[in-house]
Design a protein around this ligand. Structure first.
Ligand SMILES: Cc1ncc(COP(=O)(O)O)c(C=O)c1O
Length: 435
């Protein structure tokens, strides 16, 4: 039998799902290409022995919690488990130690990566067709995909050098309400955003929280890269830390700070949900209802790996990621240096880029359209991969931007990638030698 694509869910033929397939497929077809595209964590410190040790550390912790009851410790680790997870108290401790955020462990849902946390939240907020989520664009492909899976309208809010255009935010809310649409939440990545690398200042964060209060929406704060700034103590507080009115749902990922293969993330959803009979629950409990029908619970074995890593590092992932932070910062400096050498100020062709203080990514602007066709050509002829920025807008409108990722490469690979990218740029800007 055959099925018609048109009879399947609309998200399956949205530009977003096509995006992910296309990008993965190009990378697989050109394995010899240097990838300035993949936003993957650095692999140099992957350590299988540590994974075994983390499991043991967490098992010892369970034994201590359960007064030496081995059967109970084994059950917690190996049996089906609590929907909201088993490392919620350790995550609450980590948020206290690393982010100065105090939350009730009961308000935490441990999820299969941050992506599930995002989906659960969007699914729960979608009561009807009038509901919408706002997102600063360009934005992480996963928010477009999760909104589309949840049949939730996504309203783009303009980006700006300070991370968000607050006037546009107000205009989007006003226009939506005038059209009978309810903007339920604003999704944003306030630290070293994907794809732009931009961070919001404290003042902008306060302004976003004020706007949320004034216009009555939630803020979905996605923070996978916050640990990867300069090695100093004066990190800008998260929106969750600044929030005095319960507006922020905090979405956490251990993919970059813990271990990507563990696939563990979480949502902190401490908002109160009132029922018609006057009773109340936490939003986390409502998200858990969605989760119970989706992934049932997050693998306790995977949670134990992350739990063990937290325990071995005094609950501080900031401390646990000192080496990684150094690598990412060095790679960022190397990439910025390499760009400045290959495209010095005033020279032609005109290529510009932003200068993030940390994270995994930056945005490059080139004097030609950088679309999927050019990426394919770049992979084939020049053996270098990058990500066309249009993928982060969830439309196929051609744009001049490309995202460069530097997280998983060695400095010599960055040099090779940049040499090849420069060759592509020169080819595209010299007459008569176009694709
Ligand atoms: C901004 C952002 N949020 C969420 C995720 C997904 O996180 P996880 O791997 O924990 O699902 C990513 C992954 O690249 C990301 O860049």
């Amino acid at each position: 039998m055959s099925l018609h694509a048109a009879d399947l869910h609309g998200s399956l033929h949205s530009p977003v799902s096509e995006s992910m397939n296309f990008l993965n497929e190009v990378a697989q077809r050109y394995p010899e290409a240097v990838s300035l595209a993949a936003g993957r964590p650095y692999e140099g410190f992957f350590d299988l022995a540590a994974v075994h040790r983390y499991l043991d550390t967490f098992h010892d912790h369970l034994l201590a919690v359960h007064d030496g009851d081995l059967a109970q410790a084994n059950r917690t680790l190996l049996q089906y488990g609590r929907t909201k997870g088993i490392i919620h108290d350790l995550i609450a401790g980590h948020l206290r130690v690393d982010e100065a955020v105090t939350v009730d462990p009961e308000s935490i849902v441990v999820t299969v990566g941050c992506q599930e946390a995002l989906y659960l939240t969007l699914r729960a907020l979608r009561q009807g067709e009038r509901d919408a989520v706002m997102a600063v664009v360009p934005s992480y492909v996963g928010v477009h995909g999760a909104a589309s899976l949840a049949d939730l309208r996504l309203l783009p809010v303009q980006d700006a050098p300070e991370g968000i255009d607050l006037d546009d935010l107000a205009a989007v809310v006003r226009d939506a309400k005038a059209a009978g649409i309810r903007p339920r939440a604003l999704y944003l990545i306030p630290d070293f955003a994907n794809p732009s690398g931009t961070s919001l200042s404290r003042r902008t964060r306060q302004a976003v929280l004020e706007a949320a209060r004034e216009h009555d929406f939630l803020v979905l704060e996605d923070n996978p890269y916050g640990m990867f700034g300069p090695e100093s103590d004066d990190r800008t507080p998260t929106l969750k830390a600044l929030d005095r009115h319960g507006r922020v749902v905090y979405l956490g990922s251990f993919a970059k700070t813990g271990l990507p293969g563990a696939r563990v993330g979480y949502a902190v959803a401490d908002q109160t949900v009132l029922a018609a009979d006057g009773s109340s629950t936490l939003l986390a409990d409502e998200l858990a209802k969605v989760k119970s029908m989706l992934t049932v619970n997050t693998s306790p074995i995977a949670q134990a790996v992350i739990g063990g890593k937290l325990l071995e590092n005094g609950l501080s992932l900031h401390a646990a990621n000192r080496r990684e932070r150094r690598i990412y910062q060095e790679n960022l400096a190397h990439l910025l240096d390499g760009l400045a050498k290959r495209f010095p100020p005033g020279s032609r062709p005109e290529v510009s880029w932003n200068v993030p203080a940390g994270g995994f990514f930056l945005l490059l602007t080139v004097p030609f359209t950088a679309d999927d066709r050019l990426l394919e050509h770049s992979a084939r002829r020049h053996k270098v991969l990058w990500t066309p920025v249009h993928h982060f807008y969830a439309d196929s409108r051609p744009r001049n931007g490309i995202r460069l990722s530097f997280s998983h490469l060695r400095p010599d690979e960055i040099d090779t990638g940049l040499d090849r990218l420069a060759a592509l740029v020169h080819e595209q800007t010299s007459e008569g030698d176009r694709r």
